[in-house]
Design a protein around this ligand. Structure first.
Ligand SMILES: NC(=O)c1ccc[n+]([C@@H]2O[C@H](COP(=O)([O-])OP(=O)(O)OC[C@H]3O[C@@H](n4cnc5c(N)ncnc54)[C@H](OP(=O)(O)O)[C@@H]3O)[C@@H](O)[C@H]2O)c1
Length: 292
């Protein structure tokens, strides 16, 4: 009988380890997830994770304050753990602390980070390369959520490094779908996208404040002004979301030549509203770059 020529005859044939140890595929229901930081954004993301079908018994978390830890554990039925323990156990490790706390967190995560784990960073400005070099080149997803995530109406921007596997990518996409919507962008566009949807809710709130001030100035009481403006922005947002018409078409539809809306919008044009907004967004993107 002829032997297998691909196998050495003098020593027992040994397959490469990677072929014998199949990579564990993850999904929302079975993955072990660790959350480092459960503040405003962390709690909204935790709610989304549970809504997406994650099992509370598979989720661990760490915060700094004892009373917060007790509150989160009791409210969501998840288990408090040390950062080191979560790094070692988690298939998916989510970092949701303030950007200035990242360095010290990475020093604690790096020594025990589970091989093949996915790290998801939700930190403004922090680059994938910073997480790769601080954590020993793991799979990394960089996500910039926004505050409507709290209501399941978020708009998240996501970028992946090359190490992220298809199942890990699905995990991120499934999870973000329960927090609202998500769009994948090249990492080079993260700062610009963050200055659009990340800061965006605050721009609209500022506009609402200005309109309420305008209504009050014309003699409407504060509560009525707030009700008028709030329902108007909600209705306008619904029209954008639920009709297939662009913002330009919808604006033109309510602007009769020489009518009252026309007169109002003319003031925006004279004050270069577009230029002002573009400058504001550039300033926000610049700040995001500076936080890298
Ligand atoms: N809020 C937003 O609108 C928004 C939008 C987009 C992105 N983000 C990003 O989300 C991240 C978190 O923002 P946030 O508003 O959720 O901040 P936050 O409310 O201050 O929450 C930060 C969380 O991190 C925990 N933490 C800090 N250091 C820790 C440590 N060493 N060990 C364990 N836990 C630690 C805090 O614990 P304690 O609760 O005990 O203090 C807290 O739970 C930021 O990087 C931000 O850029 C936020």
């Amino acid at each position: 009988m002829q032997g297998d020529k691909s196998r050495p005859t003098s020593a027992p044939w040994v397959a490469p380890l990677a072929r014998l140890t199949p990579v564990k595929q993850i999904d929302i229901k079975t993955a072990q997830v660790g959350l480092i930081g459960v503040g405003n954004m962390g709690e909204a993301l935790l709610v989304a994770l549970l809504k997406a079908g994650a099992d509370a018994s598979h989720i661990k978390f760490a915060v700094r304050r004892e009373e917060r830890s007790v509150h989160i554990a009791a409210r969501y039925g998840i288990t408090a753990a040390s950062i080191e323990e979560m790094a070692a156990d988690s298939d998916v490790l989510m970092i949701i602390v303030k950007p200035q706390d990242l360095e010290s967190i990475m020093e604690r995560v790096a020594p025990t980070l589970k091989s093949g784990a996915l790290v998801i960073s939700f930190l403004a400005g922090k680059k994938i390369a910073t997480l790769e070099s601080g954590l020993g080149q793991p799979a990394v997803a960089r996500v910039m959520p926004n505050t409507p995530t709290l209501l399941g109406a978020g708009m998240a921007i996501v970028s992946f490094n090359k190490t992220v596997r298809p199942d890990q990518r699905n995990f991120v996409n499934d999870f973000l779908a329960s927090a609202g919507k998500s769009i994948e962008v090249e990492e080079s566009l993260q700062d610009a996208a963050a200055a659009t949807s990340g800061s965006g809710p605050a721009y609209f709130f500022a506009f609402v404040e200005a309109m309420v001030a305008g209504a009050i100035e014309m003699g409407i009481d504060s509560a009525t002004a707030t009700a008028l403006v709030t329902q108007t922005i909600v209705g306008a947002a619904k029209m954008l979301d639920e009709t297939d018409k662009s913002a330009t078409t919808l604006r033109e539809n309510v602007t009769s030549p020489k009518g009252m809306t026309y007169e109002g919008l003319k003031i925006f044009e004279e004050g270069d509203l577009n230029g002002l907004v573009v400058r504001a967004m550039n300033a926000a993107a610049e700040r995001s770059r500076a936080m890298a």
